[in-house]
Design a binder for this molecule. Sequence first.
Ligand code: CMX
Length: 441
Amino acid sequence: MDLIKDRFKAKADIASAEIKELLKEYGTRKIGEVTLSQVYQGMRGITGLVTETSLLDAQEGIRFRGHTIPELKEKLPTAQNGSEPLPEGLFYLMLMGELPTDEDVAHVTAILQRRSHVPNHVFDAIDALPITTHPMTMYVVGVMALQTESSFTKRYAEGMNKKDYWDAAFDDTLILIARLPRIAAYIYRRKYKNSEHIHPNGMLDWAGNLAHMMGFDDHSFRELMRLYMTIHADHEGGNVSAHTTHLVGSALSDPYLAYAAGMNGLAGPLHGLANQEVIKWIFEMQEELGTDDPTTEQIAAYVQKTLTSGKVVPGYGHAVLRKTDPRFTAQMEFGKKHMPDDKLVNTVWKIYETVPPILQSLGKIKNPWPNVDAHSGALLVHYGLVEYEFYTVLFAVSRALGVLASLIWDRALGFPLERPKSVTTDSVKMWIAGQDEIWEA
Ligand code: CMX
């Protein structure tokens, strides 16, 4: 691990010095203006965070350290006999800011394999929950139980110098990422497979091992997990899971506490839980229509019904994106390659033809196009992973790569406690009447 840590430290020192200079020279330059609507409506479009690992363009989608998803598919190392990128490679890219070699990726895989042992009390904590508990609740409880291992918290209590925060965050992050597949697979086997657990295979890569421990040893399912874990990993810093992890980490809560907080946000239906909602919605549509192969007319009528009953169409829309999510497209390409005739996957493609014009016609939805969650479930169902309440756990395992790489950078760059200003509506009214200067506060 020292090799990758030393490389990181060298890069972080350069970045820190650059930022210091930037702030010295341009620190008072204005980056934008904030309207009252933005203050009341979810702070959309306010630039107020630095996240080094990825950047989202409304038209083009996500770029990880400058690389689009199609570029990653070309440039990141793959498993032997595989063609999908290894998520360990994306983690390296997000952390170091440069593309890894095959050797670098093998090094990260080896680090993760060596640290993957999960202590028994974590399984005991999960087992203490009723079997009916939602898998995301079990997952966060598992992560919280693992927090006993935090070297950040131990070293802080021993008086760690703030120059070393990044080092402790680095250690915690690698251990946490290494152990998440085991926790996720344990939850899956406990809840859906009668607690018949499967031992890790120390020869497999991080995502391949997750597939194996869940009980899916099909080569193309492993490939799907590699792709899935890569494309769900990061979506710049303002989304709920990334922002929460960053915010909680800014209080110097250790990476376990910060990541668990972020994953509670991912478990919301407007964010990561949308992946389960999509399949639930399609299954309900199939049942109501009495067919597993609905026509576009039938789908259109069902979409209208969903909207009339005051619900959102899950998997469609986005707070920042204004085009089809390239993460949707990457999954569509996987579907075309591995399962072009699958009925459910074809239904997802028919929904893609049907929903955008309907949402567009409402006139209020800023983005009628599908996001990442519109596609993922159908690919999983194809391989027999039909237990849709589990899907957000897979998203969470992947999201650890981005939010925790960012958390290491937060500590390396010495970012302070996050504490934006809030106002009351009374103070807003006084400001409008010219009796208050709250905005200058
Ligand atoms: N179906 C129905 N209505 C939708 C909609 C959808 N898919 N997407 C947006 N709208 C509605 C909003 O609810 C809002 O309605 P009101 O004005 O009545 O409150 C209006 O359109 C305007 O919303 P917006 O500015 O276009 O979108 P927001 O930035 O407020 O919200 C999002 C973004 C993702 C929460 C929203 O599009 C949504 O609820 N989508 C469905 C859930 C989903 O797929 N979430 C996953 C996002 C990706 C992820 O994080 O994993």
